[in-house]
Design a protein around this ligand. Structure first.
Ligand SMILES: Cc1cc2nc3c(=O)[nH]c(=O)nc-3n(C[C@H](O)[C@H](O)[C@H](O)COP(=O)(O)OP(=O)(O)OC[C@H]3O[C@@H](n4cnc5c(N)ncnc54)[C@H](O)[C@@H]3O)c2cc1C
Length: 404
């Protein structure tokens, strides 16, 4: 009998978790498992703000996929998926195509600019290793160029971060550490540097405990960050951004670097392939399947799961993607073995938001933590993700042990 073919698209947190759990649950004779990813490496998306600021080398953020999968059970295909043909049970890749019996869509998310003019053209987004490398180099270039010009242009040294959510705040925390280093390296007076965070919502880190938010804002302000809260970015331009507070209060903020960190949507392939989606994310059923497709599971940033307590979607996180990956591995094994499927319940272990190398805020197992203790917890969370996917040897190679 022909072995069922399982294709997993994406080797991020969700996809790798699915692959590494499936390889333990299914014998090589029971199914063919194929993992497809753009690159032959996995990157820790949750560490990209560090690589972007230049506080952690990008090679520390990534590792070879072949090192964490059982190559005897999982075939790795380096390729870019471009469309899913559900009627034909096929995935089109940039080069070639793959047939599947079961499909796991774990392609992550993309930056959402909400149609704001000029952002796609002129702002960076912290999305992958390439963009992180580009942001780091761009900021460094601005500092390196500053003193070479006869007429010094201070706006080169201005950095605007659009969005005071998780990604924006973590990036600002890293900048707080990196900017003094850059000033020293390039003989730039610290007072010439301007870091502005623009947020349309009335508060920083919406959804976080207000006391923790206050702590984070005070910490970042001490490091030189200026917050413009309740202010919307209206346009990105070659020289910076245009913002508005209310109808008439329009202002230009000139900046050599603009980072857009305020929105995420599902992978473009979702909509291109004809799935019903909300901002590119598929509202999955209780077994994590796409509605109407019993053989297609969708996880991570491309999926949408409602938190019934507040009737709003859970924010897309690595934590939820990994838990989904674990269940999807079990559910595919169950389908192959004609067993009942499990249902998904998110087990929220807490959230820690880093504020740079040695500070953070968070709620862990229902308790608030700040400062060095929170920063220690953050490193443990980062190490746990490595442990779950690649075991102790991966933690030894890539783990964070610089506990202060
Ligand atoms: C700076 C930053 C900090 C964050 N901090 C946290 C945090 O502290 N805690 C937390 O829980 N979450 C955090 N998040 C969110 C978290 O990183 C995401 O929710 C998580 O990565 C989603 O996992 P995923 O498996 O869906 O996608 P990803 O981990 O992004 O993986 C998607 C994979 O698919 C591949 N891929 C994409 N398109 C294609 C294609 N067409 N063909 C083939 N391969 C493709 C990509 O290369 C990638 O390997 C952070 C995000 C950012 C950007």
């Amino acid at each position: 009998m022909k072995k069922p073919k399982i294709v997993i698209l994406g080797a991020g947190y969700g996809g790798l978790m699915t692959a590494t759990r499936l390889q333990k649950q299914i014998g090589a004779n029971d199914a063919e498992i194929i993992l497809v990813n753009k690159n032959d490496y996995h990157y820790e998306t949750t560490w990209l703000h560090e690589a972007s600021a230049g506080t952690l080398h990008h090679d520390r953020v990534r590792y070879d996929i072949s090192k964490v999968i059982d190559n005897g059970k999982v075939e790795f295909v380096k390729g870019t998926a471009v469309e899913i043909k559900t009627d034909e049970k096929k995935v089109l890749l940039e080069k070639g195509e793959l047939e599947y019996d079961y499909l796991v869509v774990a392609l992550g998310g993309e930056s959402e600019t909400f149609g704001i003019k000029g952002l796609k053209e002129y702002a960076f987004s912290i999305s992958n290793i390439n963009s992180a490398r580009q942001i780091r180099e761009h900021i460094e270039y601005q500092f390196a160029t500053y003193n070479t010009e006869e007429v010094k242009d201070d706006t080169r040294l201005s950095i605007v971060v659009g969005g005071a959510g998780f990604t924006g705040i973590e990036f600002l925390g890293e900048l707080g550490n990196r900017i003094p280093e850059l000033c020293k390296e390039y003989d730039v007076p610290f007072e010439k540097v301007k870091i502005v965070c623009v947020e349309a919502a009335p508060m920083v880190l919406p959804g976080f405990d207000p006391e923790l938010v206050e702590y984070a804002v005070a910490h970042l302000e001490k490091k030189g960050v200026q917050f413009r809260i309740g202010t919307a970015i209206k346009e990105g331009t070659p020289d910076g951004i245009i913002v508005a507070k209310g109808e008439d209060d329009v202002e230009e903020i000139k900046a050599g670097t603009v980072i857009w960190a305020a929105g995420i949507r599902g992978n473009a392939i979702i909509e291109k392939s004809g799935f019903e989606a909300m901002r590119g994310r598929i509202k999955v059923d209780e077994n994590l399947r796409a509605p109407g497709h019993d053989n297609i599971f969708v996880i991570g940033d491309s999926s949408l799961v409602i938190n019934e307590e507040i009737n709003r979607p859970y924010p897309p996180t690595a934590q939820i993607a990994m838990q989904q990956g674990e269940l999807v591995a079990k559910n595919i094994a169950a389908l192959i073995q004609n067993k009942d499927l499990g249902t998904f319940t998110f087990d929220n272990k807490g959230t820690v938001c880093s504020l740079g190398e040695d500070d953070a805020i968070g709620v862990v197992f229902g308790k608030k933590v700040v400062g060095k203790k929170a920063s220690f917890m953050k490193k443990m969370v980062d190490n746990r993700a490595l442990l779950m996917i690649g075991g102790a040897s991966l933690v030894a190679k890539k783990g964070k042990f610089n506990v202060l």
